[in-house]
Design a protein around this ligand. Structure first.
Ligand code: GDP
Ligand code: MG
Length: 597
């Protein structure tokens, strides 16, 4: 295809503003998919993505469009992941295209993810066409929202296209804008092969499928290609494009987007952002900005039913096949038995994996408190990463500790601003900026990630009744006074409950934890001290009083069935207990204690 007849673009939007619906409409109106094969949300393939309306993998579709000027164009749409956890993937897929449609719901206006995603698009040097969606709704306020786009983002929105992705108004204008306003790709067909690895996933029939954008040169079947980040060489055994179903092609040239398969076994061997070149006479200039995915949030996953450990291993290994950004290693906990310590790109990523294990593999899980990655600067000068509070070395060995910080952007209607500021302040936040974007306040905070991974989203949602939008980027590491808080039940440390806390709030957290546990652990025949401690120093303590000898004594009256019921209940409860020293702790207690509030 002649380069001047190609347009590559992505759609950037806040969640629910209509990205998928618009993509569907573009696919449908160009007859890319026969009407009878059209189903909603063509590009959102995984069930969980569909249900939650989020896209995790970058999907792509090639559309043929004959423009009003009579020429035939090839339009490649890459649908980028829509969530903050996948910021690196978003930034890479943006670099694979030249332009973006900026979709803003004209009944809602600019939101936090609109900003985050548009900044990625601007960073990638995109031409951006603003699209005001949902104009069929009575609450649509196109003029105000166009003004807001100009104010907040600084883009000229006077020519914004007014669209209803639902009814089809403005779809033709959108296609014309893609052709007329977005730039054609550039590239040299005769230069050595240089292609970007945009995404990859595992297919049980074909092995790993690699989504590529050709920059220079060409690729065809049987070519031998090299992945520059790790030097591996593969022979292409299938090459094609997505419409959105796979369709084989002879060759892919500059500016084109398509897929290859090459008998690659593991997604781990294909890294997003890598440069692909030919085995012989390849380029020596890799694309800039490549970095391997780094897990940011860690937690332990344990099967509620410990006999399912091998099933859990199997599930985790299968999921990891398709997700290079997810890491795991075996973990043993005295309290929870055998499980896995897993690393994720963020909380949503964690939730998605956990949900898939529970639903697709039918294994109930206990998730330990999420922890971030701390940098321990040891007295001997070494720097160590800490992924699990249970592994915290003796304090005397540590010179200082650094924790990851984020820059969080929150957009919120005025009336909730006070509560949001208080929440951020409570979480050790430092305010960086406070401005207004139309009728909404936009606050920017520097926050420790460790305070956000607990329950920040939930708190934010509840104090703003769901009206706040939130986005963040990691900014780096900063020294602070964090300590490991251990929990002791009957003087035995319970490893699964230890956590890293800021020294200033350790007493508060410790108190909350021991009070909760006091209600959750059943009484025994002896007194049980429940303590929170830092090193050897107890900072909070409760005592669970001893049970009277006859458990049925309180069933005055002597109703025999009631007595039996109580004894049966105790027996059933026993099964789900974990023996801890001399103390039995019910499974429920861990699950509840690990939910922070
Ligand atoms: P995404 O999260 O950006 O992919 O958003 P979706 O495309 O999934 O759309 C979110 C919701 O808005 C869905 O319920 C759509 O049916 C609805 N929606 C999308 N576009 C329009 C539109 O133009 N008009 C109306 N009334 N609803 C729309
Ligand atoms: Mg969507």
């Amino acid at each position: 295809t002649d380069l001047s007849h190609i347009r590559n673009f992505s759609i950037v939007a806040h969640i629910d503003h209509g990205k998928s619906t618009l993509a569907d409409r573009l696919i449908q109106s160009t007859n890319t998919v026969a009407a009878r094969d059209m189903k909603e949300q063509m590009l959102d393939s995984m069930d969980i993505e569909r249900e939650r309306g989020i896209t995790i993998k970058a999907n792509t579709v090639r559309i043929d469009y004959t423009a009003d000027n009579g020429r035939a164009y090839v339009l490649n749409l890459i649908d980028t992941p829509g969530h903050v956890d996948f910021a690196y993937e978003v930034s890479r897929s943006m670099r694979a295209v030249e332009g973006s449609l900026l979709v803003v719901d004209s009944t809602q206006g600019v939101e936090a993810q609109t900003l985050a995603n548009v900044y990625h698009a601007l960073d990638a040097g995109h031409e951006i066409v603003p699209v005001l969606n949902k104009i069929d709704l009575p609450a649509s306020e196109c003029d105000q929202v166009a003004a807001q786009i100009e104010d907040v983002i600084g883009l000229d929105a006077s020519g914004a296209i007014r669209v209803s992705a639902k009814t089809g108004i403005g779809i033709h204008e959108t296609l014309e804008a893609i052709v007329n306003l977005l730039p054609a790709p550039q590239g040299d067909r005769d230069a050595p092969l240089k292609a970007m690895l945009v995404d990859s996933w595992y297919d049980s029939y074909l092995g790993v499928i690699v989504l590529v954008r050709i920059i220079d040169g060409t690729m065809k079947k049987n070519d031998r290609v090299r992945f520059m980040s790790n030097g591996t060489v593969h022979q292409i055994d299938k090459i094609g494009v997505f419409r959105p179903k796979m369709q084989d092609v002879e060759i892919l040239g500059p500016g084109e987007i398509g897929f290859i398969t090459a008998s690659i076994k593991q997604v781990r061997d294909t890294r997003v952002g890598d440069t692909i070149t030919s085995e012989k006479k390849g380029t020596d200039q890799a694309l800039p900005g490549f970095k391997p995915a780094q897990p940011v949030v860690f937690c332990g996953l344990f099967p509620v039913d410990s006999s399912l450990f091998e099933d859990l291993r199997d599930a985790i290994e299968k999921l990891a096949l398709n997700d290079a950004s997810f890491s795991f290693e075996m973990e043993t906990s005295a309290a929870l038995g055998f499980g896995f310590r897993c690393g994720f790109l963020g909380l949503l990523h964690l939730e998605v994996i956990r949900d898939r294990i529970e639903r697709e593999y039918d294994i109930d899980l206990i998730t330990t408190a999420p922890s971030v990655v701390y940098h321990l600067h040891m007295r001997d000068g070494e720097m160590r990463e800490l992924h699990n509070p249970a592994d915290m070395p003796d304090l005397t060995l540590i010179d200082h500790l650094e924790e990851p910080r984020i820059k969080a952007t929150i957009l919120v209607p005025d009336e909730y601003l006070g509560d949001v500021l208080k929440l951020c302040q409570d979480r050790r936040g430092v305010q960086l900026d406070l401005t207004y974007a139309g009728s909404r306040a936009m606050v920017v905070y520097d926050l420790p990630l460790n305070e956000v991974v607990f329950d920040f989203y939930d708190r934010l949602k509840s104090v703003t009744k769901g009206y706040a939008s939130f986005d963040y980027v990691l900014t780096g590491y900063q020294e602070d006074y964090l300590v490991k808080m251990s929990v002791l039940v009957n003087d035995e440390p319970v490893d699964a409950l230890s956590m890293m806390v800021h020294r200033d709030r350790a007493e508060m957290r410790g108190r909350a934890m021991v009070e909760k546990l006091k209600d959750l652990i059943p009484r025994h025949m002896f007194k049980i001290p429940i303590q929170a401690a830092i090193g050897g120093k107890v900072i909070a303590r409760e005592t669970l009083s001893a049970l009277r000898k006859d458990v049925t004594a309180k069933c005055y009256g002597g109703d025999a069935t009631r007595k039996r019921k109580l004894l049966d209940k105790q027996k059933a409860g026993k099964k789900k207990m974990r023996q801890f020293g001399k103390v039995d702790i019910p499974q429920e207690a861990f699950i509840s204690a690990l939910k922070m509030d």
